[in-house]
Design a protein around this ligand. Structure first.
Ligand SMILES: Nc1ncnc2c1ncn2[C@@H]1O[C@H](COP(=O)(O)OP(=O)(O)O)[C@@H](O)[C@H]1O
Ligand SMILES: [Mg+2]
Length: 472
């Protein structure tokens, strides 16, 4: 955070100051009062469960210099009409005050957080980097992340999410990116968007917002596009920036060849760039992380990281955000894949592919694969058919069993039954507790169990309990 006086904060946000204009905010801006640090600014937000204004005094007692609020509070404050808009204005002010910071935005339907974490670990090799924790990617998390930048910051690696047209354009006005990465156009939130073409329209706002490729030394925009996704590649015509492509097939500027998976589904591949090639072995699980790694590599290459730095950096990079393809083994030899952070058709297929691979590798030890799947939310009219298709995909992948958790996930079973030759077991259970009971009887040492659902299903607890099971 660059030091900002309350007078300046009031001016930038168009707010009304109630306090000492010369008091200076030097610490982080937060919306969770429990995370208030001395010298910080607490932004009071009215949420579903609680209203931040009720914690204004506590935040100041914990060291906050003032509170950004929409109604009077009994402590120093800047009163604004709209807190997200005020945070956006402050973030934009900070970005404009730090011209040496290179801003990179990453969007797509699946893999934003994973790619952001990889790209941040590469950018850190070049200089001080700020990237959001987890999925801080909306109208709150985005400006809060940007506000952490200060004069020492060189790179801002941001994750941009959209649930509708105009959302990404808005985030790009908060922190105008020079680099824009688009990973894929898939079915995440497709119900809200009204189809894949609308998703593509929304994600493409990132590359539309980039500066022209010839904007001058150190300023030209770069659009980094996945050549394996036709809807993403088509975005090349929507950007004034220079276009760089990545792909698992020949033809792109940055690509992967000779992809292999180890026994735990961790991919290794040969990274091919115009400067040469190098072998990369990821610590992440699942072949779907190869395009994510290529995207991060293409971005880091544009930032100036050499091939060896990219290959070393990718091979050393760890999963920084929880519940995304976390692979753990129980003492009795049962392997649990906790991918319960969220779910959409593409990410479920990716996880099933990884599960099938792990089960295959465990076959010699009697291993079988079980998919414990909850509901995929926000798919709109396509929801039932999508669940059926995933059920069919599970059965076609040769897994030993499918456990559908919750009423909304039940269509998975109808899909699995389409594969008449499948000898596996398909069961529906009402909730996570029931899923655990079924698994306790079903799963034997050597087996591999995938846990995956949309966030609302909160199945990560099932994965945690399943891992503890052997200790009982
Ligand atoms: N390129 C990809 N294709 C399909 N699924 C992916 C891809 N990258 C990540 N995933 C899966 O999608 C889920 C969400 O990953 P995450 O990196 O958090 O993406 P996002 O931030 O876009 O939601 C995880 O289950 C992850 O394994
Ligand atoms: Mg995310």
């Amino acid at each position: 955070m660059i030091p900002l006086s309350l007078a300046r904060i009031a001016e930038v946000t168009g707010g009304q100051l109630r306090g000492d204009p010369s008091a200076v905010v030097t610490g982080e801006v937060v919306i969770d009062s429990r995370r208030t640090a001395p010298g910080g600014l607490f932004a009071a937000v009215a949420g579903e469960r609680s209203d931040g204004h009720d914690f204004a005094a506590a935040a100041v007692a914990a060291g906050a210099v003032a509170v950004l609020a929409t109604r009077p509070v009994p402590v120093p404050s800047v009163l604004v009409a709209d807190v997200p808009a005020a945070l956006a204005a402050l973030a934009r002010f900070v970005v404009d005050a730090l011209p040496a910071v290179q801003v990179a935005g990453i969007t797509g339907s699946s893999g934003k957080t994973s790619t952001k974490d990889l790209a941040a670990q590469l950018a850190e090799r070049l200089g001080p980097t700020i990237a959001p924790a987890g999925s801080f990617n909306n109208e709150f998390g985005h400006p809060l992340t940007v506000l952490r930048a200060d004069a020492s910051t060189r790179y801002l690696v941001l994750e941009l999410s959209a649930r509708g047209i105009g959302h990404i354009a808005y985030l790009c006005r908060v922190a105008p990116p020079r680099y824009g990465v688009v990973l894929n156009v898939g079915h995440a939130h497709a119900g809200e968007f009204g189809g894949l073409d609308q998703v593509a329209r929304a994600k493409g706002e990132l590359v539309e917002a980039l500066p022209a490729g010839d904007a001058g030394a150190g300023r030209g925009g770069v659009a980094i596009l996945n050549a394996d996704d036709p809807r993403v590649l088509a975005m090349a015509s929507r950007t004034p920036a220079r276009v760089v492509t990545f792909s698992c097939a020949p033809g792109a500027l940055v690509r992967a060849a000779d992809v292999r998976l180890d026994d735990l589904g961790r991919p290794s591949f040969t990274l091919l760039t115009p400067e040469g090639s190098a072998r990369v072995a990821l610590r992440l699980h699942g072949a779907h992380h190869v395009p994510n790694a290529l995207a991060a590599a293409a971005l880091a290459r544009e930032l100036g990281l050499g091939l060896d730095g990219i290959a070393d950096g990718l091979s050393g990079a760890v999963a920084r955000s929880r519940w995304r393809m976390e692979v753990r083994q129980r003492a009795d030899g049962v392997t649990v894949i906790n991918d319960a952070y969220n779910a959409n058709p593409e990410s479920v297929r990716a996880a099933i592919d990884a599960l099938a691979h792990l089960a295959q590798c465990h076959l010699g030890r009697g291993g079988r694969g079980f998919a414990v799947l909850g509901h995929m939310a926000e798919l709109g009219d396509a929801s039932r058919a999508s669940h059926e298709d995933i059920g069919e995909y599970v059965a076609g992948s040769g897994l030993a069993g499918l456990i559908a958790v919750g009423e909304e996930a039940a269509p998975l079973l109808a899909g699995a039954r389409r594969v008449r030759s499948w000898p596996g077991e398909a069961l529906a259970v009402p909730d996570g507790v029931a899923a655990l009971e079924v698994l306790a009887n079903l799963v034997k040492p050597g087996d591999v169990v995938l846990i995956k659902a949309s966030r609302a299903a909160r199945l990560e607890g099932v994965a945690a309990d399943l891992l503890r099971e052997a200790d009982r």
